[in-house]
Design a protein around this ligand. Structure first.
Ligand SMILES: [Zn+2]
Length: 463
């Protein structure tokens, strides 16, 4: 179902009323015409406010879902792998999702396919900005990995950066980096005290500049620099061209680990944006990093642009509920742990490999609402991809196209924007009685385990 159904209905009803008023009655009196004009103006006013309620509902309930592909580098001979585990990457993701919640962004990965180790010494030893040939080649390698995953954000972890580089504590400038527009995010080894570092680099990838222009070693030097700048706070501004609500600040290394939240020079106060993810200052609490409304607006605009360009396949989800079916236990468990689905048990039994007489059941996903859709029809599969905003997700399993002994129909229903499949006639009838559209029989499957079949798990995510 759609969460904004009531708002949609209101808009549609008002549109219909306005359209009906356009039927001009030739013999109406001047006073009737005046009444009609007034009525029309009132309806248009109501439509404008209903439309804004609908837009607001959609905005509040929609978020962007973007998949990562994490590559952990090791040397050519497999030695010296970067100290990043799958659990570490998941912690980076957890923190990033807290930071970017105001931008309605949710990043995720599929542990089965989106985390791997690769051997490449020069990329494993990449240090940004040395200008060395090896580094340029390593950057080319990184671009190559980015090109391999246009549908995801490539996160490349390399081991070279030393830990304990004062005064930043465990990580100096260039420790992690990314660009805009970029093809990858470069990360160092995992450090629990810098779990927000990935969110910072992701911020760059999504178009956020630093909140500061200068990094100065000592408070004394910072005072001198500020004096040279004419005590102008404006001269410290760095991100004003794309973000309008982050005050200008200055990174002063000897304040980094301290508790101060500002410093004053020449009667001017420079605030430290400790809680802003695009500042270098350490947050006062471990999960203290966030973004401003202006930064959120910038990130959402960039996500929208990239989504239109087919990059990173940001899927808009939230408006629709989704029924999701998979034979993979790992995928099922990941959907429950990381993507907000509920395990609804076993839908039916199907073939994981093609058995005689079976056909592939194609799996697709709608990038406008997250709906999963399954069909055995190549024509329907192609139409969904070419005209309805669906992306191919491969073959879900193998099933029968017509009834053979021992099989049972798998009914297909559509509830608003959610495709739903069940072998239960009761559930089918109940869905139809509750505004669901009967879309016939998807295929034939087994209700209990037959030789060679595996469970097809059913999951659900509310709108
Ligand atoms: Zn940065």
């Amino acid at each position: 179902m759609s969460v904004c159904e009531n708002e949609e209905q209101e808009v549609n009803q008002l549109r219909a009323l306005i359209a009906a008023m356009a039927d001009v009655t030739p013999d109406e009196t001047p006073s009737e015409r005046a009444d009609a004009k007034l009525k029309l103006a009132q309806l248009e006013h109501q439509l404008a406010s209903a439309q804004s309620a609908l837009d607001n509902c959609r905005r509040v309930h929609t978020w962007y879902e973007v998949r990562l592909h994490v590559v952990r580098m090791a040397n050519d001979d497999g030695s010296n792998p970067t100290a990043v585990t799958l659990a570490n990457a998941e912690e980076w993701i957890r923190v990033a999702n807290l930071v970017f919640a105001p931008a309605r962004l949710r990043v995720l990965l599929d542990p089965a396919t989106d985390f791997e180790t690769r051997n490449n010494t020069r990329l494993n030893q990449l240090v940004e900005g040395t200008g060395l040939k090896d580094d340029d080649d390593a950057i080319n390698d990184a671009n190559g990995i980015g090109d391999q995953f246009p549908n995801r954000i490539a996160v490349i972890c390399r081991t070279s950066r030393p830990l304990s580089a004062p005064p930043f504590g465990n990580c100096g400038p260039g420790c992690g980096f990314s660009g805009f527009p970029g093809k990858y995010v470069i990360m160092p080894a995992f450090d629990p005290n810098l779990a927000w570092l990935f969110a910072h680099e992701l911020g760059h990838y999504l178009g956020l500049p630093h909140t500061f222009r200068f990094v100065i070693d000592t408070t004394r030097d910072a005072g001198i620099v500020f004096d040279i700048l004419g005590d102008s706070l404006q001269a410290l501004e760095n991100d004003a061209s794309v973000v309008n609500d982050t005050p200008p600040e200055m990174i002063i290394n000897d304040q980094s680990a301290g508790p101060n939240t500002s410093v004053s020079f020449g009667g001017q106060t420079i605030s430290f944006l400790r809680n802003n993810v695009m500042s270098y200052y350490r947050p006062l609490t471990l999960n203290g990093k966030t973004i401003t409304q202006g930064q959120a607006a910038r990130v959402m605009a960039v996500l929208q642009q990239r989504r239109s360009a087919g990059l990173d396949v940001a899927v808009l989800v939230g408006l629709c509920s989704d029924h999701f079916y998979t034979t993979s236990v790992a995928e099922r468990d990941n959907a429950v742990t990381n993507v907000g689905y509920t395990n609804e048990g076993i839908a039916c039994y199907v073939f994981d490999l093609q058995a005689p007489g079976t056909k592939p059941l194609f799996r697709l996903r709608n990038s406008n609402n997250g709906d999963h859709f399954y069909t055995t029809s190549v024509a329907e599969h192609d139409n969904a991809m070419n005209n309805l905003g669906y992306t191919d997700e491969g073959t879900a399993c193998y099933v029968f196209d017509s009834q053979v002994a021992g099989t049972t129909p798998l009914y297909r229903l559509l509830n608003s924007c959610d495709h739903f499949y069940t072998t239960s006639k009761d559930e089918h009838d109940n869905a139809v009685a509750n505004k669901g559209t009967d879309e016939g029989i998807a295929c034939y499957v087994f209700d209990s385990q037959a030789p060679g079949t595996v469970p097809l798990y059913r999951l659900f995510r509310a709108a």
